[in-house]
Design a protein around this ligand. Structure first.
Ligand code: HEM
Length: 399
């Protein structure tokens, strides 16, 4: 039994398989403290989460120094928008926003539909079962991000493998040291992308890497290291997260057949349903901040140099913010979840993730007359990452 009145351990596979029953005790009181691999404060209540994420002066996104940081950092020490504070953050975000525009995302819609269709058409015409992660959710985001960046289609499989190896070693590495697969993937991916950058500098194309190269050559310079780090970040940030939105979302529809039916009858609800999927079972469960000096949040003192775990998934179920938070309601309104973060680091890829999620879910509803778990009693298997929540497999019965 734990010495605390709560249980929180993202390194425990049982905890990761279903963290939700552990959140209500955390939501009932002030931020709690425990020693994971270092002293950690758990920020769970919605108001506390929003306070921490909005206050980038009191809380830095820099990570604590750990001995093997150099070796595991996929960005090789270069600042990225995700890991830089102002003023560096503002410079990087302005620059990449010039290349990663809402127009560029909107223009992708027909292509995302086409890729989804191609993936779904690989399923036999009258199949009864469909493994949604392998057939759709794993492939769609990586193909989209690879095409957006301008990576050749022949390399998509390799790309996905590097991304998986890197993401699954994240976080875990902080506690246990670097994994050989993660290290190899980091080096191979960086080598590959550096070559693409060199090629695009010589021969620009209509893709995001070329646009970033052009932006970096403008007045507000993006250094070579920063450019490479950003491309690596885009691949990692945009990949498994969106895969998990599709997987977790389909699972929610299977577990709530009435809501699935409601969505089938009223397709205009799809955007709202995507927000509800993001709220109830977020692909990114938590993020991390460090106080710049000893400070207090919600009545708890957080010492300088310790970690604050910002539990997005817990905040999304705070009854002080959401009526009947455990309920899955595809028409929930308002739905101010924090699954894309909050404040200056709010997810840059949110419009793309929402678009991909909506197209994937809509296409699944159109293609299959029913979506049910093929083996409702079987235990679902989750992937290994500590902060990301996503299924390894999702076998659906579809007719
Ligand atoms: C459902 C899918 C996604 C989820 C749940 C998600 C979630 C998040 C969260 C929570 C943050 C903030 C992290 C923090 O404050 O510490 C973030 C930041 C970010 N995301 Fe996403 N993301 C998703 C998809 C994407 C996609 C598709 C892309 C790009 C193609 C992307 C690119 C980024 C970038 C670049 C940042 C850093 C922004 C900054 O620091 O200013 N994300 N995302």
């Amino acid at each position: 039994m734990s010495e605390h009145d709560f249980y929180f351990n993202p390194f425990d596979p049982e905890f990761r398989a279903n963290p939700y029953p552990h959140f209500p005790p955390l939501l009932e009181g002030p931020p709690r403290q425990l020693n994971l691999f270092m002293p950690t404060t758990l920020i769970a209540r919605y108001a506390d989460v929003v306070t921490v994420l909005r206050d980038h002066e009191r809380f830095t996104v820099r990570r604590p120094e750990i001995p093997f940081r150099e070796r595991i950092d996929p960005f090789a020490g270069a600042p990225t928008i995700l890991t830089a504070d102002p003023p560096v953050h503002g410079r990087l975000r302005r620059l990449v926003s010039k290349a990663f525009t809402p127009r560029r995302v909107r223009e992708l819609e027909p292509r995302i539909r086409e890729i989804t269709e191609e993936l779904l058409n690989r399923a036999a015409g009258n199949c009864r079962e469909f493994e949604a992660m392998g057939m759709l959710a794993n492939a769609l985001p990586v193909v989209v991000i690879a095409e957006l960046l301008g990576v050749s289609a022949a390399d998509h499989g390799q790309f996905k493998q590097w991304s998986n190896d890197l993401v699954s070693s994240f976080g875990q590495d902080m506690a246990t040291g670097p994994s050989p697969a993660g290290l190899a993937a980091k080096d191979a991916l960086r080598r590959y992308l550096s070559e693409v950058i060199v090629q695009r500098r010589a021969n620009p194309a209509d893709d995001l890497i070329s646009a970033l190269v052009a932006a970096s050559d403008d007045a507000e310079v993006l250094s070579e290291d920063e450019l490479l780090a950003f491309v690596v970040l885009l691949l990692l940030a945009g990949n498994e997260t969106t895969t998990n939105l599709i997987g977790n979302g389909l699972l929610a529809l299977c577990r709530h057949p009435d809501e699935q039916q409601r969505l089938r009858e009223t397709r205009e609800l799809i955007p709202a349903a995507i927000e509800e999927m993001l709220r109830l079972d977020p692909p990114v469960q938590m993020t991390v901040r460090m106080p710049t000096s000893t400070t207090t949040v919600g009545g708890t003192e957080i010492p300088a140099g310790t970690l604050a775990f910002v539990l997005l998934a817990a905040a999304n179920r705070d009854p002080a913010q959401f009526a009947r938070p455990e309920r899955f309601d595809v028409a929930r309104k308002p739905n101010e979840h924090v699954s894309f973060g909050e404040g200056i680091h709010f997810c840059l890829g949110a419009p793309l993730a929402r678009l991909e999620g909506a197209i994937a879910i809509e296409s699944m509803l159109e293609k299959f007359p029913q979506l049910q778990l093929a083996k409702p009693e079987a235990k679902l298997e989750y992937r290994g990452s500590m902060a990301l929540r996503g299924l390894s497999k999702l076998l659906l019965s579809v007719r």
